[in-house]
Design a protein around this ligand. Structure first.
Ligand SMILES: [Zn+2]
Length: 254
């Protein structure tokens, strides 16, 4: 028996030696499902957009395919004054690190959340996605709707001739995957937007993008329950996890 085992071992060794060497990248790392993916996260607005010092910069305007719109806006806030810009920033930072843990390369559209900084303009945020050849761009926002409205929904680009033909289908695909993934992970769906999806012909950041892109309204800052979650550390972590689940759902098939 011993001798037989030794013989088998020798045969196994010989078989291994006959096999061609595997290139180092042959085995995908299951813990890094997003390896090779480039993701641009856009934390909507900037604290300094409300700083009068920057009113000139904020007043810049551009045609977006349907309307002439401004550089950027201040965003909304909770009833107690917690700014949307800060919420978007905190969730984006957390999400960035979660995505990087899964192997993605992640850029943000702004590098601070400061009353002494403005913009960048929404069209430049989209141009960043185009420039770096992002696989997707996810714009992170929160809504300021009537108090009874709650939950998340997404905006995907609608058809604007000469502008969005390239992103309508992939944007819809990204939106649907993210909605499904976020709901499955437990994110409360909006109770005021049917199927949690709104198609927009008029969102500058979506229209300027040449990569699959969506805007996520994570919740309603004017709703007491959503506001509580949005202003707590645990809640912000939860929103980042939900977004991660949505993005993972998309890349599992794309
Ligand atoms: Zn916003």
């Amino acid at each position: 028996m011993r001798r037989l085992l030794a013989g088998l071992a020798a045969a196994a060794t010989a078989a291994v030696m006959l096999m061609p060497a595997l290139p180092a990248h042959a085995a995908p790392d299951a813990s890094k499902p997003l390896a090779g993916k480039v993701i641009l996260l856009d934390p909507g607005h900037q604290l300094g957009n409300s700083n009068p010092r920057f009113s000139k910069q904020m007043a810049q305007k551009k045609f977006n395919g349907t309307t002439v719109k401004g550089c950027n806006t201040t965003g909304t806030a909770t009833n107690s004054g917690y700014p949307e810009a800060t919420f978007n920033w905190k969730v984006a930072k957390r999400l960035k690190s979660l995505l990087e843990q899964q192997g993605a390369t992640v850029e943000l559209t702004r590098d601070s959340n400061s009353y002494n900084a403005w913009g960048p303009c929404v069209w430049n945020r989209a141009k960043q996605a185009n420039r770096i050849g992002a696989d997707i761009m996810v714009n992170i926002h929160a809504d300021g709707a009537p108090a009874k409205s709650s939950g998340f929904f997404l905006l995907a680009p609608g058809l604007v001739k000469g502008w969005t033909e390239d992103v309508v289908k992939p944007g819809r695909r990204l939106a649907k995957a993210m909605i499904a993934g976020m709901k499955a992970a437990g994110a409360p769906p909006a109770n005021y937007i049917s199927d949690q999806l709104m198609i927009s012909n008029n969102t500058t950041g979506l229209n300027f993008s040449n990569v699959p892109t969506v805007t996520v309204e994570l919740g309603n800052m004017r709703n007491a329950g959503d506001a509580r979650r949005m202003t707590s550390k645990a809640g912000q972590r939860q929103y980042a996890q939900w977004l991660l689940a949505g993005i993972d759902r998309y890349f599992a098939k794309n």
